[in-house]
Design a protein around this ligand. Sequence first.
Ligand code: ZN
Length: 270
Amino acid sequence: MIEKKINSLSIWFFENLLRYEEIGHFVSTRTGGYSNTPYDSFNLSFNIGDNPQDVLRNRKLLAGALGLSLTSLATAKQIHDCHVKIVSEELRGKGSIDYKGAIDATDAMVTDVPGVCPMVLVADCVPILMYDPTRKVIGVAHAGWKGTLQLIAPKTVKVLHEKFGCSPEDIVVGIGPSIGQCCYQVGQEVVSQVERVFGTKKDYIRKESADGKGYFDLQAANLKQLLQAGIPEKNVELAKVCTFDHPDLFFSHRHAKGKTGRFGVGIVLR
Ligand SMILES: [Zn+2]
């Protein structure tokens, strides 16, 4: 990934997606916005107790920095499930200026409508961007441990394939900053679900303790699922950045013990 300073903001970009001039994309950081502690300062979520006026000003900063209108953004009420929503023209701008207008109960969005920018909001969960340059379709998904174990990433690929005719081998993917295995201890109940879903835990869980806890590699799990869905490894860029280790740069839910903001990850066809 590379970082660019745009006005007051620091925005990160995937090098593999920057190659395509017909799309825009972004991974925002937490600096350069208006929100106060503990949402300081570039919080993009309306749903976590921050002052909505500050969030709106932050969203306007984001849109301005990217050359988008505020109502290009489309956001969802994320529920850590595995529903993939097709963002049609009628859903343009849903959730762009408040939470109540956001798309219901969705953790991944895909669209082929130019100027619609689906954005997920994260703070430790794995954000995933997808682009098919052949079919000109984009997608974004958000995978915490629940979404990962419900296969949200390959389900998004499946929708791209079945509804838009995309071939998995054409899809270019960016896997963004999220909590790394270094810092992501999970309980025995999650460890056993990992083993059940993947058929093994050895590639995903490390440093198991006597009480059954272990460290879960969410990024590796999502990468593996995408490769199994037919995405070529050369098409995938992994941020390899742990949000917990960089709380000055990215919001980390676990580092902040739950009281923090959300950064945004989105993509748009121009
Ligand atoms: Zn870490």
